[in-house]
Design a protein around this ligand. Sequence first.
Ligand SMILES: Nc1ncnc2c1ncn2[C@@H]1O[C@H](COP(=O)(O)OP(=O)(O)OP(=O)(O)O)[C@@H](O)[C@H]1O
Ligand SMILES: [Mg+2]
Length: 310
Amino acid sequence: MILTQNLCKKYGRMVAINEMNLSISTGTVFGLVGENGAGKTTALSMLSTLSMPTSGYAYINGYEVSRDPRSVRQSIGYMPDSFGVYDELTVMEYLRFFADCYRVDRRIVKRRAEELLERVNLTEKRHTYVNALSRGMQQRLEIARCLMHDPAVLILDEPASGLDPKSRLEMRGVLQNLRDMGKTILISSHILNELAEVADEVGILRKGSLVVIAAIQVMLQHSSAYRTIWIQGFAPHGVMKRLLSQDQHVLEVCEQPDGWEVLYAGTLAQQAELLQRLVQGGVVVSQFREQPTDIEQLFLRLSAVQEGTW
Ligand SMILES: Nc1ncnc2c1ncn2[C@@H]1O[C@H](COP(=O)(O)OP(=O)(O)OP(=O)(O)O)[C@@H](O)[C@H]1O
Ligand SMILES: [Mg+2]
């Protein structure tokens, strides 16, 4: 349903998207994760026909974004990262306005609007002015707006940004609901954990390049095989590092002013043996404990291992 081939976007000499190859099948919820400036908005705006690729191709529903932008627009609902609100329109009028823009058959507009408001939990607000809605409500209304012409694909640029925890949860519920409708959804976020509950697959974007693409379940399973261990102790210079590097399950050692952070891929029993070897090797261990591992960081590290940059 969504396909890109060596898709590139340059701003002058700056490469914002570098040779992106992505294939998202019908009904999949795909999360694009990356920190600020990674290129999420650039990628999504090319797929939404709002900015032209410098080179490469992008297809939505079989239509190429540069060659057939009109058909692409009929196939997508795009929610940008920021949007203005229309004063003096009620929620219902707002949805009707967009339905007219997309030439939706007037006979079905009212029913569809009511259905969508139900899905995004805004039925009670249907006669409220749009500018009187809270931010979370406006964001949910935007999603309903994107669906008024019943597109096959939804492209959502950080739909949960700026929301408080409760509104984030509500947004998550709405997204799960859309997934159940069978829509293909491409959604960006700078927090991988936030997508864990809604996405089927995730791609991590770093400085314009897709560094990892994996099924979220595989990512989560994978991440449970790794632990971050925090070790504090006293040892003659170099001893700690030597002992740690001798353990084949130690993937990375990060020395901090007051201790060592170790990325570990062994079992709990092997972890206990490591502690034993440290003590036997002369380290006076004051702390040896597990720390929560940030799965996004973990995958960035693992992808760095694959690139051989560790
Ligand atoms: N119109 C533009 N002109 C020049 N450079 C741009 C333009 N738009 C984006 N960029 C640059 O492209 C890079 C990617 O920006 P983009 O907005 O796609 O990142 P993002 O992942 O969406 O970030 P954020 O999480 O902050 O929304 C950044 O370095 C940005 O400065
Ligand atoms: Mg952005």
